[in-house]
Write a protein that binds this ligand. Structure first.
Ligand SMILES: Cc1cc2nc3c(=O)[nH]c(=O)nc-3n(C[C@H](O)[C@H](O)[C@H](O)COP(=O)(O)OP(=O)(O)OC[C@H]3O[C@@H](n4cnc5c(N)ncnc54)[C@H](O)[C@@H]3O)c2cc1C
Length: 461
């Protein structure tokens, strides 16, 4: 990295096996937890070293973000502090910028906000890649000014406050055009993020307008725009079709095979020719592999994911396992036997399950080498998909292949995610949030933008 002062990590060269995990999300943190357990004695004796590099000090559990936006869960409870759970692991709050696996080196920039990056060079023996994916962006006119994302806790809280503010605005204004724009909510992209956020917020807004004397649920307009011919591409076609029916029954205007052409001036222009004003535009139009993967010397498939064997080892050009390189989660193209060997869908279920197999295989490989007989292929269970669509509403597949809707599906959905949350303490907190939400009426007050308080009124009294 020319022109910048490099700092070599001083502890790196002291121990026998140095494992570097890139990314502290579902796959990365979960792998670290399994390895921490499996290597506990070696870690304590200094014979092994586990380093996890992640720009945030916490894991964000994305599947529950929509419930944060709806106010059913406290925002702090869907994040898991890495240092609290990974007590035997060195957690580096930084972003990996480049990896040269041939020389077993990676470069990281410490994540100080507003400060110049502090580069660190890390040597390793074994690499576990799990930096996930990033949102797909687009050069749609007006999107940068009017669009908002939905993949972080901050964005979920911000969107909640914004939607509630629009209800207040619509109730207070005497301008019919402004009122209509305030009550029109557009979501572009019908994957997990778009469908989950829209369904939960629609449900919340329907409840919140009860407190407004002049706004009724029928005044709210929810539009879901999707470029392909189906929603929830990450889920089974059957569950996706059923979710679509449920949304349409709730008067959500779902437009398939449609794209957003422009949002200039807050006017939504869709490819089907319709144009309307909306003050809420949420961009959840898909994901793409993390761009970091292009700054490595590891093999990528045509979509930009790391090519992997079913054992979660990175695939070498000779068709065998590349020594010392592993990957899991959204970034990894791992063959899915349930999909005729096509790569596993990018979802949390695969990320957690792959992490468990990866860690077990890595422990075998540490002693027996990359082709040791104990290394097994990742064989995912039959997918058990579910999507929450608001309080008491969901659609879910059972393990036996049956389909549930309504309250039973909702309980199943909650139980599954509670089980997957990688922290016992967080599970209890989320359970308490749900219990409290069941005891009292819903919290539907907008806090505005707490990080940007209103300027003080300094007029003389
Ligand atoms: C809003 C939303 C809702 C979702 N809902 C569902 C759902 O209901 N069910 C479901 O199964 N899936 C859902 N998903 C998808 C699911 O969250 C992902 O598939 C899963 O998180 C993938 O795990 P991962 O570990 O690969 O990536 P992530 O969990 O995203 O973790 C990747 C981590 O890598 C870090 N990172 C990125 N770049 C770098 C770098 N250069 N250096 C170091 N670290 C880096 C990131 O900060 C992040 O913490 C949802 C996703 C979103 C955004």
């Amino acid at each position: 990295m020319p022109g910048r002062r490099r700092v070599r990590d001083p502890i790196d060269r002291r121990c026998a096996i140095r494992i570097l995990i890139v990314g502290g999300g579902c796959a990365g943190m979960s792998t670290a937890l399994h390895l921490q357990r499996g290597l506990r004695e070696r870690l304590r004796r200094g014979e092994a070293q586990l380093t996890l590099v992640e720009p945030q000090a916490y894991l964000t559990y994305h599947p529950l973000l929509a419930e944060v936006a709806a106010g059913s869960i406290d925002p702090r409870h869907v994040v898991v502090p890495l240092r609290r759970e990974l007590t035997e692991c060195r957690v580096l709050t930084a972003r990996i910028t480049r990896i040269e696996h041939a020389s077993r080196r990676a470069w990281a920039d410490a994540a100080g906000q507003g400060e110049p990056p502090a580069p660190v060079e890390l040597d390793y023996d074994v690499l576990v890649l799990a930096p996930g994916s990033v949102s797909r962006t687009s050069a749609v006119p007006g999107l940068a000014e009017h669009g908002r994302g939905f993949s972080t806790v901050g964005e979920a809280v911000g969107l909640r406050n914004h939607v509630l503010e629009q209800l207040d605005l619509a109730s207070a204004t005497r301008d019919p055009a402004l009122r209509q724009a305030a009550l029109t909510f557009v979501f572009v992209g019908a994957g997990y993020a778009g469908v989950g956020a829209l369904a939960e917020l629609e449900d919340m807004a329907r409840y919140a307008v009860r407190g407004h004397h002049n706004v009724s649920p029928d005044d709210l307009r929810w539009v879901l725009v999707e470029a392909t011919d189906r929603i929830l591409a990450e889920e089974s076609p059957d569950l996706a079709a059923h979710t679509l029916t449920q949304l349409r029954e709730r008067n959500v205007d779902v437009r398939l095979r449609t794209t957003l052409e422009s949002a200039a001036g807050g006017v939504m222009a869709l490819s089907d020719g319709s144009r309307f004003a909306a003050r809420t535009l949420v961009w959840t139009a898909g994901i793409r592999p993390n761009p970091l993967l292009r700054d490595t010397d590891l093999p990528l498939d045509t979509t930009g994911r790391i090519r992997c064997l079913p054992t979660l080892q990175v695939l070498a050009p000779d068709g065998r396992a590349l020594p010392g390189a592993w990957a899991a989660g959204d970034c990894a193209a791992v063959p899915d036997p349930h999909a005729d060997g096509a790569p596993c869908a990018p979802n949390a279920q695969h990320a957690f399950a792959q992490a468990e197999v990866l860690a077990a295989n890595l422990l075998v490989a540490l002693d027996g080498g990359p082709h040791a007989p104990g290394i097994v292929a990742y064989r995912p269970e039959v997918p058990t998909c579910s999507t929450s669509l608001g309080l008491g509403r969901a659609v879910a597949h059972t393990r036996s292949g049956g389909r549930l809707t309504g309250r039973r599906a909702w309980w199943l959905h909650r139980a599954r995610h509670l089980r997957r949350l990688p922290s016992g303490e967080r599970r209890v907190r989320v359970l308490m949030d749900w219990a409290l939400a069941g005891l009292f009426s819903r919290e539907v007050v907008s806090l505005g933008r707490p990080e940007q308080p209103e300027p003080a009124d300094d007029r003389p009294t």
